[in-house]
Write a protein that binds this ligand. Structure first.
Ligand code: SF4
Length: 398
């Protein structure tokens, strides 16, 4: 039985395919990205700060910065990917230094609470039987003189969430559940996020009923993940930072192109096909509006003179007029009323049509019993159609 974590649940919510790659297929992520590297270095430096404080030693901010730079240099390697091409490792190093200085300046002399644990592993159950186990590592747990416990989390992100997002954050609320199981005297708990790159601190507290509903929601999500048979890719801005792009049908081609020498990338077969397609599609889009306006002029010209066929110098143009009903949409009352009248008058069977998309939906949702399903597929076998949708890349190579 797996032990769940906030990041495991979050990965499934962000992208089921990434979840499968990471947690079911246990594939190794391709490379570390600089944001994760920066986060690790800042976390280890702040952990060292509080370890020193627990040993009654007060390091200076310069000591911490020196340690941060040392660790950065010792651990940096060329495989670390810098996603934002306009920046380099020096820029990220400076962001890290700012994180350390901000935190130090804002919290010095660090005596408003007693640190109880640093990078503490919490392993706890969400149910009485222990079937839903969750684990997490808390950056720091502290206790205030008034007895309130604090769960601290360091964030190096440059995005400051809203208070609403903080109040519904799952990660620290889960840690609170774990904390309450770990120690008996826990009464008040404060959840605190240090957005160290932005020099901002945010806090939240949870009512017992909020923790109960969180517990229920997480159990429901775990059940959903356990029952999942398919893990489709879900593209988002997070793909740029995904370490499983080479296993993902949405990004594999891009990964392969980027592995080619720059001057060969535009010669790759797939790139050439897409470029040719884009060029033709662009021309089609260019003339579409022009064609439509010309069509309207032709219709008006022919209608005004009662012509059905017009002649050009080398072509003839035949105008065929057909009436078309504008049916009310699915679910609209007028559609139900229309169907009702047609059924009542006994003409429904003559005028209603088989709808391929509705039949396919019924097949896929399992609402048809097996004999009916087989009978349908025998007479209407499925076939695959591929729609192409062209969209512009935001930046070259993106
Ligand atoms: S690249 Fe994007 S869509 Fe593909 S697995 Fe990763 S997160 Fe999912």
């Amino acid at each position: 039985m797996p032990v769940w974590s906030h990041s495991r649940l979050q990965t499934y919510e962000d992208c089921p395919l990434k979840y499968k790659s990471q947690y079911i297929d246990c594939l190794k992520p391709r490379e570390e990205n600089v944001e994760a590297f920066l986060g690790i270095r800042v976390h280890e430096t702040l952990a060292k700060l509080f370890r020193d404080l627990m040993m009654a030693r007060m390091p200076s901010v310069d000591d911490l910065l020196a340690q941060f730079r040392r660790s950065w240099q010792e651990n940096w390697n060329d495989a670390i990917r810098i996603t934002k091409a306009e920046y380099d490792s020096g820029d990220y190093l400076r962001v890290g230094e700012r994180c350390i200085s901000n935190f130090y300046r804002r919290n010095h002399p660090f005596d408003d609470a007693t640190t109880l644990a640093i990078e503490q592993r919490l392993d706890f159950a969400l149910d009485d039987e222990g079937r839903y186990r969750v684990q997490g590592y808390v950056d720091r747990i502290a206790r205030r003189p008034d007895g309130a416990y604090e769960i601290h989390d360091y964030k190096t992100s440059q995005h400051l969430p809203s208070q609403e997002e903080i109040d519904s954050d799952r990660q620290l609320a889960l840690y609170e559940i774990g904390l309450r199981q770990r120690w008996r005297d826990v009464n008040e708990v404060r959840l605190i996020w240090h957005y160290v790159a932005l020099d901002e601190t945010m806090a939240s507290q949870r009512a017992p009923e909020e923790l109960d509903s969180l517990q229920e929601a997480v159990i429901a999500l775990i059940d959903e993940i356990d029952a999942a048979l398919e893990f489709p890719p879900r593209e988002s801005s997070l793909c740029e930072w995904c370490g499983y792009q080479e296993h993902c049908p949405r990004r594999q081609h891009l990964v392969q192109i980027k592995q080619l020498p720059v001057d060969e990338q535009n010669l790759e077969d797939g790139v050439r096909l897409v470029d040719a397609y884009a060029e033709l599609a662009g021309r089609r889009d260019e003339v579409k509006d022009e064609l439509e306006s010309l069509k309207q002029k032709i219709i008006a010209y022919a209608a005004g003179r009662g012509f059905d066929v017009l002649f050009g110098s080398a072509h003839r143009l035949t105008l065929t007029r057909r009436s078309k009903l504008t049916l009310p949409g699915q679910g609209e009352p007028a559609r139900d009323a229309l169907e009702h009248i047609l059924r009542e008058r006994g003409v429904w069977d003559e005028v209603s049509q088989l709808s391929g998309s509705r039949l396919l939906r019924a097949l896929e949702s399992g609402e048809l019993d097996e004999p009916l399903r087989r009978a349908v597929l025998e007479r209407a076998p499925t076939h695959e159609t591929v729609l192409l949708r062209l969209s512009r890349l935001k930046e070259p190579g993106n």
